[in-house]
Design a protein around this ligand. Structure first.
Ligand code: AMP
Length: 515
């Protein structure tokens, strides 16, 4: 499937855990263990003086040095800085992600030799800003990011591979409509997909970039903390050392509650200690609203795809948090069928990414595609305008969500005065009619309009979503038949110069040459 000298590598960069896979010599995806011998690497970074430590040791340090540990950085991606300060320094979240990716790269290189080309996955519900930021993190980690693909799509591709759909003989398989329910550590995605032989088409997607196993952990933390307060009048959540340890204990107890009716969490704070027993029932009651949010989103997505549960052949479980029995019970009740746990919950996404990398490498060598992916945009794209009556900033939607990609939309502007030199276009993503409630992608200043344009000249701005959900903007002036150079200026994005600096700094930490 691929040139043997360039490995096809896929990375699932998760909120809590990350996984690296590659295709073996038969084109089958396999997971690569990290330097510690584990198949999954905690997406956690410890700032220890001059050292930056990623993975299991960093996770352990949450119990003792929580102030120096960056966890769940994926949740902050798209913001200017990570929410914690380390040794007086604020880091952009994508730099923390780059450190995680750097560890994954260097551990994998130890086994398969130097490589730089990868496919990285992102939640389907990631907006354009977060997609770009993930690509930037890959760049700063020394990678050449071949593509970013949606996690549920990657899982579906991995499922298709497992079912033999990607085998040329398998393309006769009957079409299937599946609903991918992907509940990871920090994000939640639902995607309805149509699989026809080797064609994977997303019909609708929805989700929440701030909902995942971590929120279930926090509810357990609250249950234990409340019991501790009743006993000792001290809140362990307010003591950073105790809080870190408590979270680790609760995450572990949550896993226990997936197989047992009760779990015990030890909690120590300011010389007091307790062992708090939590029953499965208490846990389920305390997290019912979180589960309901996922149920609501799953139903909405199905509706957006114009389908009902009877049209869905399979509900595919992806993400570590789908191991919670409450998730499986809810989906069984909703869909009337047992959810399918046949893909490896933790590894399917990175396997799909490796298959995608193999496909891209094969295509770059002029070979035919083994499968095709059609994606939809998860957020509507709009241009900011001002309401004539209220003078409020409005979101003029140009490309509604769930439109099949790639897609191009045109918006025509008119110059207001003769000889106007530039126009400013503000681009947002979101469903709200108010631009202030949407995510600002950036400003696009069209400079150097042709000279002496009369007032009311037509300026066409073309917005193009690529298949991976990234945006390109093109501007033409029909009157002069000219294309005007423009680029999106982003508020919360690192400059190329900054990224190059970080790339050199992060990659110098190991001996491999990544130029
Ligand atoms: P992922 O991002 O797919 O690796 O999922 C990670 C999330 O799955 C974390 O929040 C884990 O705590 C959670 N998880 C993993 N295994 C289990 C389990 N057996 N029961 C409940 N949650 C789990």
């Amino acid at each position: 499937m691929t040139n043997s000298s360039i490995p096809a590598v896929g990375i699932d960069l998760g909120t809590t855990f990350s996984v690296v896979s590659k295709l073996d010599e038969h084109g089958r995806p396999i997971t690569l263990a990290n330097a510690e011998g584990d198949r999954v690497t905690p997406s956690v970074v410890l700032f220890d003086g001059q050292d930056v430590i990623v993975g299991k040791e960093a996770l352990k340090a949450i119990a003792t040095e929580a102030d120096q540990v960056a966890e769940c950085s994926k949740r902050d991606v798209g913001h200017r800085v990570f929410h914690k300060i380390f040794e007086g320094r604020q880091y952009p979240p994508e730099v923390i992600e780059a450190w995680i990716l750097n560890k994954l790269r260097s551990d994998a290189a130890g086994q398969i030799g130097r490589f730089s080309k990868v496919v990285i996955t992102v939640p389907a519900y990631f907006d354009e800003v977060r997609r770009k930021t993930t690509q930037d993190a890959g760049y700063m980690a020394g990678f050449e990011v071949l593509d970013i693909i949606n996690e549920p799509t990657a899982a579906a591709v991995s499922f298709g591979f497992q079912q033999g759909f990607l085998d040329p003989k398998g393309s006769s398989n009957a079409p299937q409509r599946i609903l991918v329910y992907d509940l990871g550590g920090g994000t939640f995605d639902v995607t309805v997909m149509d699989i026809r032989g080797t064609e994977f088409t997303a019909l609708a997607t929805d989700g929440d970039v701030r909902l995942g196993g971590y929120d279930w952990d926090q509810r357990l933390v609250d249950l234990v903390a409340e019991s501790f307060i009743r006993e000792h009048y001290v809140d362990p959540r307010e003591d950073s050392g105790a809080a870190g340890k408590l979270w680790l204990g609760c995450e572990d107890a949550k896993r226990t509650l997936s197989v047992r009716g009760k779990a015990v969490v030890a909690c120590d704070c300011q010389g007091y200690s307790s062992r708090v027993e939590i029953t499965k029932r208490q846990f389920e009651e305390a997290t019912q609203d979180l589960l309901d949010r996922t149920r609501f989103t799953a139903e909405q997505t199905l509706k957006a795809a114009g389908l009902g549960w009877d049209d869905i052949e399979r509900v595919l479980l992806v993400g570590g948090s789908t191991r919670m029995p409450m998730v499986r019970d809810m989906l069984q009740q909703l869909s009337g069928k047992a959810p399918d746990a046949s893909v490896a919950a933790d590894e399917a996404v990175s396997h799909g990414a490796a298959l995608r990398a193999g496909l891209l490498l094969a295509e770059s060598q002029g070979k035919s595609s083994a499968f095709s992916i059609k994606n939809v945009n998860s957020h509507s794209l709009g241009v900011v305008g001002t309401d004539r009556l209220t003078k409020r900033r409005r979101n003029g939607i140009l490309i509604p969500r769930n439109t099949t990609l790639p897609v191009t939309a045109k918006r025509t502007f008119r110059t207001s005065k003769a000889g106007q030199k530039s126009i400013l276009v503000q681009i947002v993503e979101g469903e709200s009619p108010s631009a202030d409630d949407c995510t600002e992608i950036g400003k696009c200043t069209v400079r150097k309009l042709p000279p002496k344009l009369p007032a009311q000249s037509q300026i066409d701005v073309l917005f193009h979503y690529e298949p991976n959900g990234r945006l390109k903007v093109k501007v033409t002036v029909p009157e002069t038949n000219r294309q005007v150079k423009t680029e999106i200026v982003r508020e919360n994005s690192l400059s190329k110069e900054h990224m190059d600096g970080w790339r050199r700094y992060i990659c110098q930490m190991d001996a491999t040459d990544y130029r």
